[in-house]
Design a protein around this ligand. Structure first.
Ligand SMILES: [Zn+2]
Length: 291
């Protein structure tokens, strides 16, 4: 079913990309007749199709490489003035959800650490609230409400709608996981704002996808089996990889976290590490965590 859905998504985008020919707006076109007809994406149609695309309900929100490519067409080539870090809530974000998000971000802002691994320094900077806040606020400019494609989602970034907007679902205040793991999702989603990096779209988990004991790998968020799902990463720098690095560093180096926070951070980091399916990437992360 999942494979059918992603194929459908691909086909839909393929058709939309091809169906709207227009004259190439390039200096070689000459503006007269005889110019080369090239397909120009109909971005409104792309956005509508993306909004309607079926999503896997097995894990966190995911989008296809084609959808990320559409986002890049739309957003990455415009020169944007650097904006002031910070974000706004849409008017329809309920007060209790806003309060939870602010409390979570305040918790992250309060973190202090005495060390960070090289990969953590590369992605986030130090293990400290100022660097995490800067990471978030330079990527996310607005927060709105959305269903995020499946009933278990708590947050998502939908690059082709707005690459710097994070969407929260009503589950954000009903989340049954520890606070630090909800922040793991939020920072995972923040990484998806990076249009210049193809939004770090997920890799497809292998089939079968087994843990060290030969059991099916399951989502810690939903309990669903992950084989064949778009819920893995092939690089330490992607959304699963980077949020794993963040939590692993918090578990190892936070100096003002409670034992429970450090334990939760380690537990969820170890779980998400299982999503890294490339052997070299995994080795790189293991080495990094020992530094
Ligand atoms: Zn993701």
């Amino acid at each position: 079913m999942v494979r059918a859905a992603s194929t459908l998504g691909f086909l839909t985008f393929g058709l939309l990309l091809a169906a709207v020919p227009s004259r190439a707006a390039n200096p070689f076109d000459g503006g007269g007749s005889g110019g080369i007809e090239v397909p120009k994406p109909n971005l409104e149609a792309l956005q509508e199709a993306a909004a309607d695309a079926r999503r896997s309900s097995a894990d966190l929100y995911s989008f296809s490489k084609e959808e990320a490519a559409a986002a890049q067409l739309k957003f990455a080539f415009g020169i944007k003035a650097p904006r002031k870090p910070g974000f706004t809530f849409d008017a329809d974000v309920p007060a209790d959800i806003q309060a939870q998000m602010r409390a979570d971000l305040a918790f992250i802002k309060g973190i202090a650490g005495d060390k960070a691994t090289p990969l953590h320094r590369k992605i986030f900077g130090g293990v400290n609230g100022a660097d995490y806040t800067k990471f978030f606020e330079t990527r996310v400019s607005a927060i709105g409400m959305n269903g995020c494609g499946n009933g278990n989602a708590v947050a998502c970034v939908i690059p082709f709608r707005d690459p710097s907007k994070m969407w929260l679902t009503k589950n954000f205040i009903r989340f049954s996981h520890p606070q630090v793991s909800r922040m793991m999702v939020v920072f995972h989603e923040s990484r998806h704002t990076e249009t210049q990096n193809g939004n770090w779209s997920h890799a497809t988990c292998p089939t079968p996808f087994l843990d060290a004991n030969g059991k099916d790998m399951k989502s810690i968020w939903t309990g669903a089996t992950l084989a064949g799902e778009p819920a893995c990463d092939e690089t330490p720098l992607g959304s699963y990889g980077s949020s794993t690095i963040m939590l692993k560093n918090i578990s190892k180096f936070c100096t003002n976290c409670t034992d429970k926070v450090k334990m939760d951070a380690g537990l969820y980091a170890d779980d998400q590490m299982g999503r890294i399916i490339d052997a070299d990437a995994k080795k790189q992360m293991k080495n990094d965590f020992n530094q």
